[in-house]
Design a protein around this ligand. Structure first.
Ligand code: G6P
Length: 528
């Protein structure tokens, strides 16, 4: 396509949202009119599915759940007055609580104010708050946030070391929709012990965000934690950033949560339009479908050219991959759907893996996120008439062009600034695009059956560890792996037993290992 035709294509497909100053450009996806026409019936169905979902249909059939994250930013859309009231009250409760924390009206027993937050949660209970903190927290927030998003002991230690002088004024927010996920439970138990070790009353520092009556909710209530905030059954973890999960940590950091909600609401309105060209989420879903032939054949590389948006791709990884990565479609056919997502930031990645994007395996499409405002103040010249921001902008254009020349497609999303409004809008845009794409490929985008399998397998390993320790306790002499497996009645688990014992030995947990580590069959184990 020559330059004039490309410029025309750019203008023909450009989406612009006047209220948000938000652009979506899919001109560098090389679909033709026939493709768009062919997809039209599927798009019509996607619009209908979305309307039904917003109306309170059971959009997650396996879990028999409504899917209501869109109601969070427009409670008037909620299907019942009770749900509407729950949403309104929850946002009010968050604001009131944050105000009291900031003013010191609620303060820790041994300090005039809370200074820090440790947020404990994983998956949807961590990625949104982490992304938003990186994108929007002021440089000197009223409370500085730290995340424990794993059950890695060294990771927990790192956070505790960072706040060690301020534990007396540190809030702990435990976020878990189910209230039973092992990783946040472990973090909570470790933090409770750390507070006790400093003679601090953990309950005066602890807040839970969870589904009412979950295990965590019952614990928080029976122990008298500082506060609890509800998560709703009809909000999935990966779409929970604009529920209490994301709003409470954001409000505590001094981020304008009403602006986040307003930005999301504006995009929700724009993505309710049932016309492809004026619906930015439909444009994204169509582009993804085109690129991967509706089978996820190409990966989504997300390249925000702005440091503060660094964690957007990590956030999108869960939203996109947990929603779309499914074995079966809604009719039970094996389809192995999904779109792989990765990315970091530009121009940094140009000096890392963009080489492969331009010349290597053509198994991806790029999404550039461009931010028009370079910084809040003015910029010095780096060269005559050129600033650091001009370079960043030039690198983006250059990379987009270089990819296009090699028939590598890209989408460009342009926002005026990184602020609560535009971040709320970005979140809502992708939530909706994922919903549309789920309909286009006929899958349930709101469950995650595959995750359960991994959790069950992990539980089996921990049970096996108990049996193995029991066997070693009863043993009078060192035992080989085969002997341990036999005594534990787990001869088909010999590799798992070996890994359990190697781990226990490495952590000085009372297991002695003899033999040659290069030849596991030579090893014997005993309790030391
Ligand atoms: O919020 P929680 O119930 O603790 O769940 C945290 C995460 O765990 C699971 O593994 C799910 O796959 C995620 O969707 C969820 O966000």
């Amino acid at each position: 396509m020559d330059a004039a035709a490309l410029w025309q294509r750019y203008q023909d497909w450009l989406y612009y949202h006047a209220g948000l100053g938000f652009y979506v450009d899919i001109s560098r996806m090389r679909f033709d009119d026939a493709f768009v026409e062919g997809l039209q019936p599927k798009l019509e169905k996607a619009f209908q599915d979305m309307a039904a979902l917003e109306g309170g249909a059971i959009a997650n059939p396996d879990e028999n759940r409504m899917v209501g994250h869109y109601w969070l930013r427009d409670p008037d859309l909620a299907p019942t007055p009770e749900i509407k009231q729950e949403i309104v009250e929850s946002v009010d409760q968050i604001e009131t609580f944050a105000r009291k924390i900031h003013s010191g009206a609620i303060h820790p027993p041994q300090a005039p104010r809370y200074t820090d937050i440790i947020s404990i949660g994983i998956g949807g209970s961590a990625l949104g708050p982490e992304f938003v903190a990186e994108a929007l927290a002021p440089d000197f927030p009223p409370l500085a946030i730290h995340f424990i998003d794993n059950t890695d002991p060294a990771g927990i230690d790192r956070v505790l070391t960072r706040v060690r002088n301020r534990l007396t004024s540190t809030l702990v927010i435990v976020i878990s929709k189910s209230g039973g996920t092992p990783e946040p439970r472990n973090g909570t138990i470790e933090l409770k012990a750390a507070y006790a070790g400093h003679n601090l009353d953990f309950t005066k520092h602890a807040i839970a965000i969870t589904t009412p009556d979950s295990k965590l909710d019952r614990q928080a209530k029976s122990e008298g934690w500082l506060a609890t905030f509800p998560m709703f059954d009809w909000v999935g973890g990966r779409t929970s950033e604009l529920s209490a999960v994301g709003l409470l940590p954001a409000a505590l950091q001094g981020i304008d949560i009403r602006a986040m909600l307003a930005g999301a609401k504006e995009i929700d309105v724009a993505t309710r339009v049932t016309d492809l060209k004026t619906n930015p989420a439909a444009l994204l879903a169509l582009s993804w479908y085109y690129s991967g032939n509706g089978r996820g054949e190409k990966d989504m590389v997300v390249l925000p050219y702005k440091d503060s948006l660094l964690l957007f791709s990590r956030y999108l990884q869960q939203l996109v991959m947990e929603s779309l990565g499914k074995e079966k479609d809604l009719d039970g056919n094996i389809v192995h759907q999904g779109i792989a997502v990765y990315g970091n930031k530009g121009s940094t990645d140009q000096h890392a893996y963009v080489q492969q994007l331009r010349e290597g395996v053509p198994n991806f499409f790029a999404t550039f996120i461009e931010v028009l405002e370079d910084r809040s103040g003015s910029s010095p010249d780096i060269d005559p008439g050129a600033t650091a921001g001009d370079y960043l902008s030039g690198f983006l254009q250059g990379t987009r062009q270089a990819l296009y020349e090699k028939q590598r497609d890209s989408i460009t999303i342009t926002i005026p600034q990184v602020n609560p409004h535009t971040v709320g809008a970005l979140i809502a845009l992708y939530e909706r695009a994922v919903g549309f794409y789920g309909s286009l490929v006929n899958i349930n985008a709101y469950h995650q059956p595959g995750v359960e399998a991994g959790k069950k397998a992990a539980a089996v390993v921990l049970d096996l560890q108990k049996q193995v320790l029991q066997v070693l306790q009863e043993a009078k002499t060192p035992l080989s792996l085969a002997q341990i497996a036999e005594k534990a009645a787990a001869t088909d688990q010999i590799e798992a037993i070996y890994k359990i014992l190697r781990h226990l030995q490495a952590n000085r947990r009372g297991v002695a290992m003899q033999g040659d580590p290069a030849h596991p069959e030579s090893l014997t184990f005993s309790l030391s």
